[in-house]
Design a protein around this ligand. Structure first.
Ligand code: PAF
Length: 281
């Protein structure tokens, strides 16, 4: 596996591969890799001839007081996992490669509206940081295909929208959430959970499963479902930011919508957990 910290060197390798006709997949990450990331890598290998993984803890998607400085950084372990996973190139940008030294880009890419709802309402500026960095990574790597996890459903929806709106020549592939045996969605932030919290954490998935089952059975009083799921989360020891029932494109759903998604974000100690379940009915 090649590793590079500079855009110039990365582009040299990419140009060589393109000359030989190879297609390129990109898996953007913030590191501290788990089986969820590795499932993206595995699929990337099926989708393209060469696989590039980026690891960059993106400062512009963290708000003031969020966990940017304490976000887990495990580059050596990550590199070993990626080597074993058959990745061709690890892009680990050095300071100053992605943003100017102030860490504040002069140009942002933003999908208005949806960026300020759901998680965006609780993390102002977060999605603007995500779409900006992902757009920059697409421009740097110019991949044929890029892969993201369904766990960050709103992120995936916004990135797909950005790609469509800006005619970016990349195919976006969403991959199913990878879970622990008890249903907890894998996340780098699960490491913030103490052992008692870790036991409680799976309730988030169970409560969403319950809401999803009721949607599947035909429930259309979405507000009542959201309210009951919030109450169940509070009883299970969480502090919910929100539970929301939305149409698959994250629009507010009418009663006859068939493709739905139940989403939640909730705090357990210092971990902010998110999860979602898609429902077809
Ligand atoms: O999902 C993530 O890890 C990040 O939001 C991403 C897409 C790598 C952008 O920094």
């Amino acid at each position: 596996m090649l590793t590079t910290e500079t855009i110039a060197e990365l582009r040299g390798h990419l140009a060589d591969w393109r000359r030989s006709g190879a297609s390129i997949a990109l898996v953007p990450t913030m590191g501290n890799l788990h089986r969820g990331h590795l499932s993206l890598v595995e699929e990337a290998r099926r989708q393209a001839d060469r696989v590039v993984v980026s690891i960059f803890v993106n400062p512009t998607q963290f708000g003031p007081g969020e966990d940017y400085t304490s976000y887990p950084r495990t580059p050596e372990r990550d590199a070993e996992l990626l080597r074993q996973g058959g990745v061709d190139l690890l892009f680990l940008p050095a300071a100053g490669q992605i943003y100017p030294p102030s860490d504040k880009p002069a140009t942002y890419v933003e999908v208005p509206g949806l960026s300020d709802e759901l998680c965006g309402a609780f993390r102002p500026g977060h999605f603007r940081g995500v779409t900006t960095v992902v757009c920059k990574l697409f421009n740097i790597v110019q991949p044929d295909v890029a892969l993201f996890g369904d766990k960050d459903y709103q992120q995936l929806t916004l990135i797909s929208r950005m790609v469509a709106d800006l005619d970016l020549p990349v195919r976006i592939v969403g991959m199913p959430t990878v879970r622990e045996a008890d249903g907890l969605a894998l996340s780098s932030r699960n490491g913030y959970l103490g052992s008692a919290e870790r036991q409680q954490a799976a309730r988030l998935h169970a409560i969403l499963r319950d809401a999803a089952a009721r949607l599947k059975a035909g429930a259309t009083n979405y507000q009542e479902l959201e309210q009951q799921a919030c109450e169940a989360l509070i009883s299970a020891g969480f502090q919910p930011d929100y539970v929301a029932i939305r149409a698959a494109d994250l629009a507010l759903p009418s009663a006859d919508v068939r493709e739905l998604v139940a989403l939640a974000a909730a705090w357990l100690g210092r971990a902010r957990l998110i999860d979602n379940l898609q429902v077809s009915r």
